[in-house]
Design a protein. Structure first.
Lengths: 203, 296
């Protein structure tokens, strides 16, 4: 009897220890985390696209080739989450060298004077399902404005070199709000649709 | 891209403001120059500044204020510096030797304002010191030559040289990469063009050192912006910025001994050739837009 009691106590202690271990949480659902985790943006597998109306007849697409940043993600507490993304303005890429040069000039992004386009979150709220509403400061062309974007948590997986997480968002900005007025009212629209797809690796 | 309103705001408005202001001050319609003694203050500098600020504001909107929450571009800083420089040179002519201090501060202010992004993101400290020393020296050299010429020669020569330099600059920038900066140089052309018209009309018209300070401050500021932030080559910027030195070469002793026609011809060639070379280089390097027309 005493032996049985000791065995039960020993097993209970072992079970409690296993439950409280930060790594060996075998009883928790897959992918959920007990605390916030930091992820660094994978620049190779992340994409920043822009779309603008051209000549009022078509949509023109371009992308930025250099993106960096980090996320803090806590699946249980959205308020603990944060995001910081930076894009190098000179990395604008439209598959045409002359056009890229013009976009980097003072007529558009003025990349030498405003080399970084950044977004820093100030508040995160969980929406339905895997959607999050992120409010933050978008800095572009020397102007910083608060915007709110809806971001989808696409998924989480264990990669070969660590845990991976992906996010996707599409939002509109009025480029004239950021002092970018060239071509407005003639050949170029003022609304720009941004599509950002981020893959990040746990650090 | 040029359209009707760009021409109105970027050429007619600044030209009109500067020209009408100068006409009121200099009264070129007076038959005898003795009836209208020349002004004793830097009216041209003040009117350049007002015309330039008005033209650029009409084209691009009011620039953000320096101490707000927006980061100013080099072009924004140049506008504010020009607007401050106009009244400063108007007032400081009575300050004796302090004039050198105020005007050096204006030029330093222009350099810091236009080039602050280079200081912040691209240059090391030693690079910044070298660039500033070189640019300040070049400005001083061109300013000395221009002010000396203006002192010796009334009439359209000095305004003509500055107008030619500004026109060459506008053409080179327009052919090399930035419509916005080309329009900014165009506003300067309009102000200097109006000055040239008044100078042709009234032969006793003269720019003083304060006027030269403001005109060169804006010319240098636009050139530096176009070189560091757009595609204007350093060689072309140097050719254009230094063309007043060509006019000054007519004052050298071995040139002064020539006949007036020979001096005038040599001076003209030494001013026109550098600008023509810069424009020719820009034309040869120009590639038509393969991606179509952006419109405005």
């Amino acid at each position: 009897m005493r032996l049985l009691t000791c065995a039960l106590i020993f097993l209970s202690c072992f079970g409690l220890l296993a439950l409280s271990s930060p790594e060996g949480n075998a009883f928790s659902a897959e992918g959920s985390t007990a605390e916030a985790e930091t992820y660094g943006v994978d620049a190779v597998h992340s994409t920043v696209l822009f779309k603008i109306r051209h000549n009022d007849v078509s949509y023109f697409y371009g992308l930025f080739g250099q993106v960096s940043g980090s996320f803090v993600f806590d699946e249980k507490k959205a308020s603990e989450c944060s995001a910081e993304i930076e894009v190098k303005a000179e990395s604008v890429d439209t598959r045409n060298t002359k056009l890229d040069q013009h976009l980097r000039s003072p007529d558009f992004f003025d990349a030498k004077q405003f080399p970084v386009i950044s977004f820093k979150s100030t508040a995160v709220k969980k929406g339905k399902g895997e959607n999050y509403s992120i409010t933050g400061d978008l800095s572009l062309h020397g102007v910083t404005k608060s915007i709110t974007i809806d971001m989808e948590h696409v998924g989480t997986a264990d990669g070969r070199r660590g845990k991976l997480m992906g996010f996707h968002t599409t939002f509109m900005i009025d480029r004239t709000d950021f002092g970018m007025t060239y071509g407005v009212g003639t050949a170029l629209g003022k609304d720009v649709e941004m599509t950002i797809s981020i893959e990040a690796r746990k650090q | 891209m040029l359209d009707f309103w760009s021409l109105v705001y970027g050429v007619l408005l600044p030209g009109f403001l500067t020209g009408i202001g100068l006409a009121v001050v200099w009264r070129p319609w007076r038959s005898s120059p003795g009836d209208a003694p020349p002004p004793t203050r830097s009216w041209s500098g003040l009117l350049f500044a007002v015309g330039f600020f008005a033209g650029c504001t009409a084209l691009f909107g009011l620039p953000p204020t320096p101490f707000g929450d927006r980061v100013l571009s080099g072009g924004d800083w140049l506008l504010w510096t020009a607007l401050v420089a106009g009244p400063v040179v108007f007032i400081d002519s009575g300050l004796g030797r302090l004039v050198l201090v105020t005007r050096t501060l204006l030029v330093l202010g222009m350099l810091f304002g236009v080039l602050h992004a280079m200081l912040q993101y691209h240059w090391s400290t030693s690079e910044a010191v070298q660039w500033f020393a070189g640019l300040l020296g070049l400005y001083g050299l061109v300013w000395s030559a221009s002010a000396s010429l203006a002192k010796r020669h009334a009439g359209p020569m000095v305004p003509g040289v500055l107008f030619l330099a500004a026109t060459g600059l506008a053409l080179c920038i327009g052919l090399s990469g930035s419509a916005k900066l080309a329009q900014t140089a165009g506003v300067l052309c309009a102000c200097l063009g109006a000055t040239l018209i008044i100078a042709v009309w009234r032969r006793s018209f003269r720019l003083d050192s304060g006027d030269i300070t403001v005109a060169l401050l804006v010319l240098f500021g636009v050139s530096l912006g176009a070189h560091f932030y757009s595609e204007l080559s350093g060689f072309d910027a140097l050719l254009i910025g230094a063309c007043p030195l060509g006019a000054w070469a007519g004052e050298l002793p071995f040139v002064r001994g020539r006949t007036p026609i020979q001096r005038r011809l040599l001076r003209t060639l030494l001013v026109v050739i550098p600008v023509a070379v810069a424009v020719a280089r820009a034309v040869l390097a120009f590639e038509p837009d393969p991606y179509g027309d952006y419109g405005g």
